[in-house]
Design a protein around this ligand. Structure first.
Ligand code: PLP
Length: 405
């Protein structure tokens, strides 16, 4: 039986270690070699010069097309998300832009979650209309509004769950049904959930997108992005969006991310355990007005979290009784174990204040009902917290001393 078939039947943690990583056939090295070469010896009788000559069994040719090290990561990501194939990019935004611009054409319509990674919100508002792509933003926790936003020319629906930065959830199976009933496809950005928590493809999504920069790498030292889904559309995207847009993942980053994936399941278990501990501590803290964490019974969509998430991840937000702006400055100065910094999903705990007015102005531009729904999760602003792998007792002590006036 070929090695890959044996490995595919194994559990998540075993596949995270073994898929795409056979022993080096040349040297016998047990850990995979990092292949940095930008070009590969090519037989002119079998290899074409154009990306359009690329097929599934093409040999390696030029590293913007594919490399052994990135390919190994793509095999592992496809296995962990339960997809037929995966396509890696230089960053999460590279994957997002590649999927949008590689799939949508002038005259197509995108239904996008009105709360999502701010970079995507800005790309959708500022850039896509310039290509003739129409965009409607909608609250994906309100499925009637999602269905009402769909038009004849809707090609893609796109949600993030949990959504950055307010941790609002989307019912993936229900949203996928709405997309498919309209002849459209459904994309889930699962960066905050990871495949340990949620498998969007098994729930009906057509594509899963990840910022590999976050939990999948897990150590805060490599940017990367990926799209996982069916083989045929990803092969088209490899030509149209990866090779020609040029946002290829560096093999070195792929090598690091592959190593990060070895411990993903263990890390997610630790992130979840510590996040629950810190969330409960903050819920009973006198300086705190509200905590949002999918694993708490107080999360407005806790029932959906229980149904859809096998792990509640390590992201939480809190709102304070005192105004958040001045307190952010205090926390920046006083925190010793937490780092006051953006990003998420790494081994160290991070905290960042997001005032609602500021993010409305810069990124989301929500009004009326949409703004009310945002405020129902975020009030005037949230401290977004990414719980790392430190001892939860140390994290609570650090927050406690930093919150004291
Ligand atoms: C949910 C989500 N998707 C996509 C991205 C973009 O990823 P990257 O920073 O790797 O480009 C981010 C970044 O914070 C994110 O939080």
């Amino acid at each position: 039986m070929p090695q890959e078939e044996k490995v595919e039947k194994n559990a998540f943690s075993t596949r995270a270690l073994h898929v795409g990583e056979p022993a080096d056939p040349v040297h016998g090295a047990v850990e995979p070699s990092l292949v940095l070469s930008t070009n590969f010896v090519a037989d002119p009788a079998t290899v074409g010069f154009s990306a359009e000559d690329l097929s599934a069994d093409s040999p390696y040719f030029y590293s913007r097309w594919a490399t052994p090290t990135v390919h190994a990561l793509e095999e592992k990501l496809a296995s962990l998300e339960g997809g037929e194939d995966a396509l890696c990019f230089a960053s999460g935004m590279g994957a997002i832009a590649g999927l949008l611009l590689g799939t949508l054409r002038a005259g197509d319509h995108l239904v996008l979650s009105d709360v999502c990674y701010a970079g995507l919100a800005e790309l959708a508002r500022n850039t896509l209309p310039g290509f003739g792509i129409e965009v409607t933003t909608v609250d994906f926790s309100d499925l009637e509004s999602v269905a009402a936003a769909v038009r004849k020319n809707t090609r893609l629906l796109w949600a993030e769950t949990p959504a950055n930065p307010i941790l609002r959830l989307t019912d993936i199976a229900a949203a996928a049904n709405i997309a498919h009933a309209a002849g459209a496809e459904f994309v889930v950005d699962s960066t905050m959930a990871t495949p340990v928590a949620t498998r969007p493809l098994a729930l009906g999504a057509d594509y899963v997108v990840h910022s590999l920069t976050k939990y999948l790498n897990g150590h805060g030292d490599a940017l990367g992005g990926a799209i996982i889904g069916r083989r045929a559309p990803l092969a088209k995207l490899r030509q149209g969006a990866l090779i020609h847009f040029g946002g290829a993942l560096s093999p070195f980053n792929a090598w690091l991310i592959r190593r990060g994936l070895h411990t993903l399941e263990l890390r997610m278990q630790a992130h979840e355990k510590a996040a629950l501990h810190v969330a409960r501590f903050l819920e009973s803290h006198p300086a705190i007005a509200r905590v949002i964490y999918p694993g708490l019974a107080s999360h407005p969509q806790h029932a959906l979290a229980l149904r859809q998430m096998q792990n509640f991840s390590g992201m939480l937000t809190f709102q304070t009784k005192a105004p958040g702006g001045p307190l952010a400055e205090q926390l920046y100065k006083k925190l010793r174990v937490f780092t006051y910094a953006v990003s998420l999903g790494k081994q160290r705990s991070l905290l960042w204040h997001i005032p609602t007015d500021a993010i409305m102005e810069s990124s989301f531009h929500l009004t009326g009902k949409a703004l009310e729904s945002f405020r129902a999760y975020a009030g005037d602003g949230v401290f977004r917290v990414s719980i790392g792998l430190e001892a939860p007792e140390d994290l609570c002590r650090d927050l406690d001393q930093a919150l004291e006036s």
